[in-house]
Design a protein around this ligand. Sequence first.
Ligand code: URA
Length: 221
Amino acid sequence: MSAVPVEHLDELQAYAEAVAGCARCRLAQGRTQVVFGSGNPHADLMFVGEAPGFHEDRQGVPFVGQAGRLLEKLLAGIGLSRQDVYIANTLKCRPPGNRDPAPDEIEACESHLFRQIELIEPTVVATLGNFATKLLSGRPLGITRVHGQEQQTTIGSRSVLLYPLYHPAAALYTPAMLKVLESDFARLPELLGRTLEPAAAPEPELALVPPRPPAEQLGLF
Ligand code: URA
């Protein structure tokens, strides 16, 4: 378990409450509620899916449908339950008819996800499917190309190991994809044990560099 400062838990709760009224995009009109995320706010392992579906929108919890049951089964296979991890989505509101997220919806919502990751401080972020993978990797490569390939990246001020996985909803109906998802999943315990390089410090802004003491003061010592 990572050492998450207590104030981060309060901040996560406060942030969830603030996001509950979000009206940054058109999805606010059709939703039953914002589906912020659920699970262990101290989690070392965080999953990021695509968007809430019908059941998630009704219950306010991500991955509660068939894909969620598969996710729980995969977690059980590595000795974890959904209470051990944190689960969220790229979009916090259900797109009508479960259509794909639109680029402007992802852009409107992304800072909610980034803040969530900063507050939870996971060491591994497993992206489920194309939308989460492209957003968090910052690269256009699709999940078929990159699944199972971990990469260290910086989110906010922290280093995390990004680990793209097939989306469980896709694997439900494609046995070959399910096999790949299972074998990629089996590497999670090893990845959770890795030590990451610290995030590179951001370049200091010129205005923040402390001024040098005036030359005459040096003579005082
Ligand atoms: N349920 C979710 O919460 N997210 C998905 O991406 C799919 C199903």
